[in-house]
Design a protein around this ligand. Sequence first.
Ligand code: ADP
Ligand code: MG
Length: 552
Amino acid sequence: SANVETLEFQSEARQLLQLMIHSIYSNKDTFLRELVSNASDALDKVRLEAFRDKELQADTDDLHIALELDPAARTLTVRDNGIGMSRDEVVSLIGTIAKSGTAEFLRKLKENQGGQDQLIGQFGVGFYASFMVADKVTLVTRRAGQDEGTRWESTGEGTYTVEPVADAPQGTAVTLHLKPEDTEEHLHDYASRAKVVEIVRRYSDFITWPIRVEPEGGGEPEVVNSRKALWARSQSEVTEEEYTEFYKHVSHDWTEPLETIRLAAEGVFEYQALLFLPQRAPFDLFMRDRKRGVQLYVKRVFIMDDCEELMPEYLRFVKGVVDAQDLSLNVSREILQQDRQIQLMRRRLVRKVLSTVKSLMTDKPDSYATFWSEFGRAVKEGLLDDVDNRDAILDIASFASTHDQEKPTTLADYLARMPEGQEHVYYLTGESRSALENSPHLEAFLAKGYEVLLLTDAIDEMWVGSVPEYKGKKLQSVAKGQVDLDDDKDEDAAKERAEEFAGLLGWLTEQLGDAVKEVRLSSRLTTSPACVVGDDFDLTPTLEKMYRAMGQ
Ligand code: ADP
Ligand code: MG
């Protein structure tokens, strides 16, 4: 009709769709998890909006998800009566990918022929997963409170159409026109009830909303998911696979979690937490608008995503759910910020996350190594932000060191290796391991058999200055101040040398003028004739560069 508009997918969306359509996936069943997950989010949202805005003309009487099968037409429809989308929302949410880091993700994907499954897993393609099994997708939606609905349709090849519809029910119906190969009489018959129910039970059983499917041969639709909140069930009752699927739902990640963390408190302020450490850092871990991953529920009711009151910035990669029994359903961010119970809860959650990582170090060293290489850079921000937990963070940290080319060391191991006579924990900061290894600052320390930590993350420059010690041992830069290596302690020899070199030092001081504060003899070098060192309180060269780049 005249009202049909044909629009183009944003170019990044187009590239991603091409991949969905043309790549081979090991597990296509997951498209249904994505659609059910979206429907569940939409139901959470309409309940919440209707609760907050009494004027909103929303119908919240029988919130549910329905799966409708038409084997003859080869279609599968996922319907919800949730929040729905306006026409503009359909265009912006379905026609574009707003996720930060998409461009970089696509670049990596191109370089990574073969490992695409895994990368896509990290990124989470959501709604576009429909195109793994459908050659055409039709979406009809109406936003709660609005009169007009929108019909969206696409084959995923470059363009889509949108048009207004008059009689759409509240919420969203996504109809998949299944590809022929996916409806044949084998494993992939997504138009068969048995297959669809099996997938729902496997991936979406915990969804708190009823998921209804019509029985074989017709009749009243039946609820096929158990709807049990995992965090409310006893730990022994929940299988590893159930945790994994729940993780995928809350995290929008496609890979398994690295570790599952459960925590419960009873008494005056009762809550349950089910948290996860992911396997991999998301692409946007260090981007500014990065969200935090913990959702707040109150008595099984979803309240908010991205609850920053529950998890500090440096643990922003932790995903999961906290369900508090004693908060009001209309709790706001402002209330959360002031609530003492929430602050206590957050303290306990943080300690639990840190202690879980600590136990990985001994129980699952490989998991720990993965964790630290993915998230260590973020965790180290906590050395500045979370002074109370500084020691706990240092306990779980590892650093590259001159002791081992490949394997990073913990501070505890460093201390255990310290030879007789070494008093401090020595480190050197800089841009790369190879640059540091060539630094003349290292020479004397290596010659003495002292180990030096090689700190190359930008954040290292920031925290080393404010963390004075670990277990009573001072953290000392080998590039700063007077370094007290034993040789200096032989005072007569030092005096003799000072006299011997007085002429040279005087001449150097004159020549270098204002460029340096002082020229002095040092025991820190073995093969290089001279090096520049900072004062104890000077900025390191890297920090100086950072400040200069920021225009300070
Ligand atoms: P994600 O769920 O990770 O945000 P998706 O690709 O799955 O990404 O969905 C993109 C967006 O489209 C969602 O964030 C949501 O705003 C909107 N959307 C998708 N499905 C629905 C639905 N059934 N009801 C309402 N909005 C939806
Ligand atoms: Mg989604």
